[in-house]
Design a protein around this ligand. Structure first.
Ligand code: XUL
Ligand code: CO
Length: 438
């Protein structure tokens, strides 16, 4: 078997002191954190599209990286070489999952029939490679945004024929997800939105998107898919205004169209910041609504207003993410590195450095989040902050048995209320820093 990354050894944990760039400093898969090995807390996934496809092209310049893997791009031979290289890559890093769009796996064909034939062929090959490796699919999806036919969206298109094309792609991507043991299926509505309200019937489009999702969920269940469907919220890019703006918007949509039993959310860090939220905010909103399913682990650049899909290195963010995940009791999905190396980082070695960085960042975040929880001061503070609702009139409000008149009477008797207790934000931020940097 040809080796694609000949200079790269098996990546192992060597601890924080190591100077070896091809070793983990913090990700020690077997190390227990809060009673579970790290690898169970952190089901990492490789994003097929970035890692095996993206070659550094930007709006101003063509590829810098060579992702041909020794084959002619656009051929089935190339599709197979990507499978081989991808599995070697995952095995060398100890990554147990991958995520894919249909068009990441094979060159796109003109007809659904030919496309499906190619997908059958490659998925047979992937299945073969999966045997004995423990590697499987985290989630699959259909690319319903790149092909010009989706210029006006997929579920939100104005063309019934295009809508059917989208349905055909979703059906096949679901078949593949099930075939490859996927835990989830993602809808990222890249073109589901609008550029101008002058030509758009928003209600009509949203109803059609919901109907497509309903049909997908029904079909998925009919072929034995037991995982979760996810919406991946994003406010903009490529469209000016996307319907799945943020977690709260997507949750409202899922509930309105009664899709909330089958769907959860896939929260991406960079999408959160594009929506003007923190990553932690989006995770918290999903978690408190029972909708935190999976995570696209990346990072944006706050100085740039677009989706830079960087590998996560911000330990503070990763800690706060893992804090939310631990508090939510873990994920049914995993951590997909929807991230690409920077255009000037074009070597194969850079791909490994990037994943080591991302995995170490989340491992460190996990350890620090566990320490924050075990320390207990933050939880104790929050508990005490709401204490006035534990007894007396507060407890009555919480139990739902109070009336407005009763509360007004309580207030009248009080005269002037005391100021609520201090928010203590600086005190709490100091605790976070003392744990992060000890
Ligand atoms: C785009 C994005 C997608 C989805 C899958 O911003 O995040 O790659 O994760 O379609
Ligand atoms: Co994503």
């Amino acid at each position: 078997m040809k080796e694609y990354f000949e200079t790269i050894p098996q990546i192992r944990y060597e601890g924080p002191e190591t100077k070896n760039p091809l070793a983990f400093r913090f990700y020690d898969p077997e190390q227990e954190v809060m009673g579970k090995p790290m690898r169970e807390h952190l089901p990492f996934a490789m994003a097929w599209w970035h890692n095996l496809g993206a070659a550094g092209t930007d709006m101003f310049g063509r590829d810098t990286a060579d992702k041909s893997f020794g084959a002619r791009p656009g051929s089935m031979e190339h599709a197979r070489a990507k499978v081989d290289a991808g599995f070697e890559f995952m095995q060398k890093l100890g990554i147990r999952y991958f995520c894919f769009h249909d068009v990441d796996l094979v060159p796109e064909a003109d007809t659904i029939g030919e496309m499906n034939r190619r997908l059958d062929e490659i998925s047979d090959y992937i299945l073969e490679k999966m045997q004995g490796t423990g590697i499987r699919c985290l989630w699959g999806t259909a690319n319903l945004f790149s092909n010009p036919r989706f210029v006006n969206g997929a579920g939100s298109t104005n063309s019934a024929d295009v809508y059917c094309f989208a349905a055909a792609q979703i059906k096949k991507a679901l078949d593949l997800t099930v075939k490859l043991g996927g835990r989830g299926y993602v809808f990222w509505g890249g073109r589901e939105g609008y550029e101008s309200l002058l030509n758009t019937d928003v209600k009509f489009e949203q109803e059609n998107i919901a109907a497509l999702m309903r049909m997908a969920a029904d079909y998925g269940r009919s072929i034995g898919f037991e995982g979760d469907f996810y919406i991946e919220p994003k406010p903009k890019e490529p469209m000016k205004h996307q319907y799945d703006f943020d977690a709260a918007t997507a949750i409202g949509f899922l509930r309105q169209y009664r899709l909330d039993r089958d769907f959860k959310l896939n929260i991406e860090a960079n999408h959160a910041t594009l929506a003007g939220h923190t990553f932690q905010h989006e995770l918290r909103i999903s978690a408190i609504n029972g909708m935190l399913g999976s995570i696209d682990a990346n990072q944006g650049d706050l100085l740039l207003g677009w989706d830079t899909d960087e590998f996560p290195f911000n330990v503070y963010e990763a800690t706060m993410c893992m804090y939310e995940v631990l508090k939510a009791g873990g994920l049914t999905g995993g951590f997909n590195f929807d991230a690409k190396t920077r255009r000037p980082s074009y070597t194969h070695e850079d791909m490994f450095h990037a994943y080591i960085l991302g995995m170490d960042t989340f491992a460190l975040g996990l350890r620090k989040a566990a320490e924050l929880i075990e320390d207990g001061r933050i939880d104790a503070f929050v508990k005490e902050r709401y204490e006035s609702f534990c007894t007396g009139i507060g407890a009555k409000i919480r139990s739902g048995s109070a009336t407005l008149e009763e509360l007004a009477e309580h207030a009248r008797k009080l005269g002037a209320p005391e100021l609520p207790g201090s928010g203590g934000q600086e005190y709490l931020q100091g605790i976070v820093n003392s744990i992060l940097f000890k």
